[in-house]
Design a protein around this ligand. Structure first.
Ligand SMILES: [Zn+2]
Length: 100
């Protein structure tokens, strides 16, 4: 997958189906001792599996929409601080840019 993609499911019944299927995939991976990094099964940050997800093509990882937005907001805040010449902490712009 080469483009950013967000998958949002509003219907609670479909959310349950999605979450159940994810749990089945997770259990299958655990049983086979496989790593699921980069799949839609878990958010790369919070590790939750029952959320709507956004794919980051730069990192080739899925993030829940909440974590994705938090990272985007953090990037914007750090850029403002940097542009003002203030301390903006550990700022790995190459990482953050993949979330724009
Ligand atoms: Zn998350």
């Amino acid at each position: 997958m080469k483009k950013k993609k967000t998958i949002i499911i509003q219907d609670p019944r479909l959310q349950r189906v999605r979450n159940t299927l994810r749990e089945i995939l997770i259990q299958a991976a655990i049983n086979k001792n496989e790593k699921f990094r980069g799949t839609i099964a878990h958010c790369a940050v919070c590790n939750r599996a029952n959320q709507n997800m956004t794919f980051n093509p730069g990192l080739k990882e899925w993030y829940c929409t909440e974590c994705y937005k938090l990272i985007q907001d953090d990037y914007k805040q750090r850029k403002v601080l940097r542009d003002k010449g203030e301390d903006y902490g550990d700022f790995r712009e190459e990482f953050y840019k993949t979330f724009v």
